[in-house]
Design a protein around this ligand. Sequence first.
Ligand code: TEU
Ligand code: CA
Length: 562
Amino acid sequence: MAEEQKAWWKEAVIYQIYPRSFQDSNGDGIGDLPGITRRIPYLKKLGVDVIWLSPIYQSPNDDNGYDISDYRAIMKDFGTMADFDTLLKTAHEAGIKLVMDLVVNHTSDEHAWFIESRKSRTNPYRDFYIWKDGRDGKEPNNWESYFSGPAWQYDAATDQYYLHCFSKKQPDLNWENTKVRDAVFDMMTWWCEKGIDGFRMDVISMISKDQSFPDGPLKADGYGDLSPHVCNGPRVHEYLQEMNDRVLSHYDLLTVGEAAGVTIDEAKKYARSDGKELGMVFQFEHVGPENGKGSIIDKWTTGKPQMPDVRAILNKWQLELEGKAWNSLYLDNHDQPRCVSMFGNDSPEWRVLSAKMLATCLHMQKGTPYIYQGEELGMTNTTFHSLADCQDLEEINAWHQYVDEQKKVTPETMLTCFNTVARDNARTPMQWDASDNAGFTDGTPWLAVNPNYKTINAEAALKDPDSTFYYYQKLIRLRHAYPIIVYGTFEPLLEEDPCVYAFARHLDNETLRVACNWTDKEVPCTLFEGLEGETLISNYEQHKADCLQPYEARVLLTRDAR
Ligand code: TEU
Ligand code: CA
């Protein structure tokens, strides 16, 4: 096997912060940058190498910052540019790198570029966005936005429609226009010159659209699916190679593309090992609704992924990217339900054990692991009692379309879907301690704190040597100490076992064997029988030779005699 190219971002563990929900410092109930700075010692103790901040730029918060109105200003809710400079300095002094969230598939409709663009068809900024004439008095095609409803918004001032793959306040930038690329690359350079350490690139797989804008395949709700015509488009790799050439290659950056719709073959291009595009991508197969079984409509499902399906997908990505592209590893982020609720078991009896098992299963694989804020505490989904408990426009729009307008889903069923997969499950405030509002704010939180904060919080975890916090801390330390965890090749094991997800890693004369019982039952497993080695980590003190205990995870390192 060709010697794997080493890189700091391949050996790192990344911690994602959703600033709105991490730590409030001024009592307005909204997380902010000084709050993050205050918590750097906590992140240092956990041992993470990098923090990725969800967007902190000026924004009207239609999509909680993923709708940017000024790329070179800090959102007023979060503080000032001086607060950012302090955070960056504090993080770097603690040995933690900082990665920004780059949202350049679209801007806010309150961005100066769009305000100009919509003024007239001849405005110099007109072609910064995608404007089309209507068709028979309606939208230019049948595309539905990812946030329900038509993906085209009519603008009477110039009697045309503009494209928005997401909310109508998130008009898509026209990457065909070299002036757009110049402006984006200039802004990226500006941030790199401030000393940031990389970018997570929002829906970067969508920046090149099929320029014929054809109707998409019809979906159950009667609209057309835009994904085949906006994901992995004809010039996306050209644009990213230009971005790499003009910006990324001039700095030592972590770059990860959030690549909705990415396939293995596309990932080999986005994350190509010659480094001419991005370092890695986030794929969505293991978290997609199809994997949640029982998709009622679109992403809305009451089903949960089954381990054999998750294993098949993750193993495929492990094996097919080997030597070709670098993987990212995640189960949680600000768009996904909490992994211990979705993939594990969030009952009081099994929550900690299953959270540790999932973490082991993920962190022992090949690729850069991402920890989402609160995942290290085993934070769970919350409970929505009505639409009024929800804040996310993806949920609110879906409710209005599928429950109110199209009456395709009952309120009860949609509420169950929300309690299974809604993004707000990941956005409830970080649970710091058992004081009011979990120590997140001494004001009124913008989104209700999960009521289980009294028992699930950082202060309690730090006092408990057996907590998920210290388990994640150990996983991170192991990754820093054992090159086999970072660079070892991946070998699936027990691929037909209905309960145990097992695999091996190989590097030189070392073998790491990993076995994870994804069930609440004791199950037969003889993987470790007769082996002499070192158990690097497990969520059980005692082990049985011929079985795995409920939610047991175990990692055994053996060395062949030289
Ligand atoms: O997410 C893009 C995306 O694919 C998500 O909309 C995801 O598919 C969906 O939410 C799953 O439920 C990125 C950001 O991560 C997300 O927070 C933004 O809302 C979106 O882009 C638009 O910027
Ligand atoms: Ca605040």
